[in-house]
Design a protein around this ligand. Structure first.
Ligand code: ADP
Length: 251
């Protein structure tokens, strides 16, 4: 029996035209990859190598200039926004730079918001306990706008954990977090994958990347290496520039 991938792309090129007459930037250059149910895949590589672009193409947030991207069985590379939104409602979680939180709402209500939109029964206690697992027990009733960037990132993750999606696409979800919160978030991502969600994590943090079942190493818009059961040492050798980017970002 063959298992269908949760998402895949074939020969995807993603090009940005930065100005009139300027040469386009090729953020992705013919990328092909597939991710499967319950798999935890990290995407590592130096800044500018195309990690976020790959996630955007797989999420349907950026339309490939060439090639195909398929998400939950739907070809999103040619779909309209409304059709892509429908695919997302079927089971796609995203944690991107813009977190889609409503700043004026209490934290717990941001976790419950998708359920409220869907007119589903909401479980306040469950939402609170998920927030507590992410170290936000003291923030449950606070207005979301009063939370730090790192806390808001965790609220976005709490929302995903409240209704686990079929696939989670997460772009640097630990980018603004201290070591303790990073560990809490990575632990939850691993648990999510163990419970069957496909998790795709873009990170410049090679220690986080090494927690995945498989790491995709990117450079210059291409996947240059795939490492199964990666170790930090292997990723440091494969993506040394990512390690130095990490030092710059944290330094
Ligand atoms: P990474 O996530 O690895 O840092 P990105 O996918 O963000 O890399 O970027 C890949 C390349 O595409 C970079 O050269 C970046 O400057 C360029 N790029 C990304 N988004 C845009 C955009 N909206 N407009 C123009 N160029 C972009």
């Amino acid at each position: 029996m063959t298992i269908d991938p949760t998402a895949f792309c074939r020969e995807v090129w993603l090009s940005y035209q930065s100005g009139k007459g300027a040469d386009p930037t090729h953020a992705l250059r013919g990328v092909s990859t597939a991710v499967y149910p319950g798999e935890f895949v990290s995407v590592v590589g130096p800044s500018g190598s195309g990690k976020s672009s790959l996630l955007h193409a797989l999420a349907g947030f950026a339309r490939p200039s060439y090639g195909q991207a398929v998400l939950l069985g739907a070809d999103i590379s040619r779909s309209r926004q409304a059709a892509i939104a429908k695919v997302h409602r079927r089971g796609v979680g995203v944690i991107f730079q813009s977190l889609n939180l409503v700043p004026s709402l209490p934290t717990v209500e941001n976790v419950l918001l998708p359920s409220r939109f869907a007119h589903a029964r909401v479980d306040f206690g469950r939402a609170t306990s998920i927030l507590a697992k992410l170290g936000l027990e003291h923030r449950v009733k606070h207005r979301t706008s009063s939370l730090s960037g790192g806390e808001q990132q965790r609220v976005a993750l709490a929302r995903v954990l409240y209704s686990p999606p079929t696939i989670l696409l997460a772009d640097e979800p630990t980018g603004a977090l201290d070591t303790t919160s990073t560990a809490l978030v990575l632990d939850q991502l691993q648990q999510l994958a163990r419970n069957g969600t496909t998790v795709m994590l873009v990170t410049h943090d090679l220690a986080a990347g090494a927690l995945a079942d498989r790491a995709l190493v990117m450079r210059d818009g291409q996947i240059v290496r795939e490492v199964h059961q990666p170790t930090i040492q292997q990723l440091t050798v494969s993506a040394p520039a990512a390690a130095s980017a990490q030092q710059v970002n944290h330094g």
